[in-house]
Design a protein. Structure first.
Length: 207
């Protein structure tokens, strides 16, 4: 291993340990059927999924985003007609990086496979074999992109929302995912059928 890669490996191990710690703090163990919020510039009758650009290669289905924090959702309720939706969300299988390790995680890179759950091993194997990002193999993952795994553990929205990872989630039976990096640990769901609108409140009302 070159000196550059050795230094990179040490940095990756340190960052991975920190990510494992943050993962335990960030994981909300969200419960299907719980209450979430969504801010919008004006009211609408029903949630709809659209195609557009988020992250990754090309346009893809843009999921529906919700926050456990009403005040965070209010940040997206901009304009005189802005509203905040209170909803109940349901899912069968949610992606939460807290489910990738058997216990609190491991600071080792690459991860010890015995420390991964079946879900964690499946994701790692698919990343290493190019089944998530076709241009990436195990050598590239371990030596060139160790931060990729760290970002997954943090559930960084700019990675979880890539076209490639969203496709992987759907093909593996996930219909929701937790995301971080922009305030609280938020959630997205893939289908409007998973959203039950409880109330629609004007953004500027007192509450």
């Amino acid at each position: 291993m070159s000196a550059h890669l050795a230094i990179g490996a040490v940095a990756a191990i340190a960052a991975l340990g920190a990510a494992c710690g943050r993962r335990q703090q960030a994981g909300s163990r969200a419960v299907s059927g719980s209450t979430w919020y969504h801010g919008a510039p004006e009211p609408f009758e029903a949630f709809e999924v659209r195609h557009g650009l988020t992250f990754g290669q090309g346009a893809s289905e843009v999921p529906l985003f919700f926050s456990p924090s009403r005040s965070f959702a209010e940040g997206y309720a901009v304009g005189p007609d802005a509203v905040v939706y209170t909803v109940r969300l349901r899912w069968r299988k949610i992606f939460d990086s807290g489910d990738l390790y058997v216990d609190d995680g491991s600071p080792y890179w690459p991860p010890e496979l015995g420390s991964l759950t079946a879900a964690g091993r499946k994701l790692y194997d698919d990343l290493a074999s190019g089944r998530v990002f076709p241009e990436l193999d195990e050598e590239g993952l371990v030596e060139g992109h160790p931060s990729l795994w760290q970002n997954i553990l943090r559930m960084d929205y700019d990675l979880i929302e890539t076209t490639e990872l969203k496709n992987w989630l759907k093909s593996n039976g996930y219909d929701a995912a937790l995301v971080t990096g922009d305030g609280p640990t938020n959630v997205f769901v893939f289908s409007p059928d998973q959203v039950e609108i409880v109330s629609v409140d004007p953004r500027w009302s007192s509450h």
